[in-house]
Design a protein around this ligand. Structure first.
Ligand code: GLN
Length: 286
């Protein structure tokens, strides 16, 4: 391989090989995304220009991205964005990177909200704003409130809000319901931390670079889910919905917690692999 003046194709081949050796699940895709980012071109450009020589400055930038990816940094952090519900969202190490399972949570929540609803909606622990922003866009007649205890995450959410031109969203700093004394909502959604503290998943791969406070929740991962289920009745309108994302092995525990607090119409939603990932339930109001 001509290392002095590599073509795009040369760079991609070499990068994919190194990513593969470093244990990446998707070395070719990662290499293409990083080079596309360095060149400020879509991936399709790379196929048509594989024989072009990389300019030294572009090569330096692509190499720098590759080095950071080889350290294990998530691609979404290197790009500063991730697609969610077909929209580009800014993400940073201060926010969880939106995941496909959260689209299941969003879908379940949207099913409960008529398209012409004028409800008050709440997203707890909004992070990048993914759930709150998509609720606000998909249900423009609703007023959405979102809280997060991280000022840095809220700054990202605020920029996403501006970028998407969303005007029916209010962002508040504070722990869960803390900034919402006396306020009630027709639907509350949350993707809280739900990973068990000792789960080896937290020590491996990209997750290491995400905020631990957005992931880990006590010995069984249920601490925050339990807290939200206990506090939600005081903030729900009569018959209002609570929609929670949870781990694929937590549906039964969540079902028990909901029944203990007299939630009804409990409905669980599974991902494409058949694993339960989100649960909705109503409450008569606390
Ligand atoms: N699904 C995420 C993971 O396994 C966890 C997200 C969360 O705790 N809210 O990395």
């Amino acid at each position: 391989m001509p290392t002095e003046h590599p073509t795009l194709q040369d760079w991609l081949r070499r990068a994919a090989q190194r990513l593969s050796e470093a244990g990446s699940d998707s070395p070719h895709l990662d290499a293409q995304i990083l080079l596309g980012h360095a060149l400020d071109r879509p991936r399709s450009y790379l196929y048509a220009h594989g024989d072009d020589t990389l300019e030294p400055a572009q090569r330096a930038q692509a190499d720098a991205l590759l080095a950071r990816r080889l350290e294990g940094r998530p691609v979404a952090h290197l790009l500063g964005r991730r697609e969610f519900w077909s929209q580009e969202l800014e993400v940073s190490p201060d926010t969880l990177i939106p995941r496909p399972e959260t689209e299941i949570t969003l879908e379940l929540a949207l099913e409960k909200i008529p398209s012409d609803a004028d409800w008050a909606l709440l997203d707890l622990g909004t992070g990048s704003g993914a759930l709150a922003l998509m609720l606000a866009r998909e249900r423009p007649g609703c007023r959405v409130t979102a809280t997060d205890n991280s000022a840095a995450a809220l700054a990202v959410a605020r920029r996403n809000c501006k970028h998407l031109g969303v005007s029916n969203l209010e962002l508040l700093e504070g722990d869960w319901f803390a900034p919402l004394a006396g306020r009630r909502f027709r639907l509350i959604v949350s993707n809280p931390p739900y990973v068990a503290e000792a789960d080896p998943h937290l020590q491996a791969g990209d997750v290491r670079f995400e905020p631990r406070g957005a992931l880990a929740a006590g010995p069984a991962g249920l601490d925050d889910l339990r807290r939200l289920i206990a506090a939600a009745p005081d903030h729900l309108e009569p018959g209002g919905w609570l929609v929670l994302e949870h781990g694929f092995d937590q549906a039964e525990a969540v079902d028990i917690l909901l029944k203990e607090k007299e939630f009804y119409d409990i409905e669980c939603r599974a991902d494409l692999a058949g694993r339960p990932r989100a649960t909705a339930a109503r409450h008569a109001g606390g």
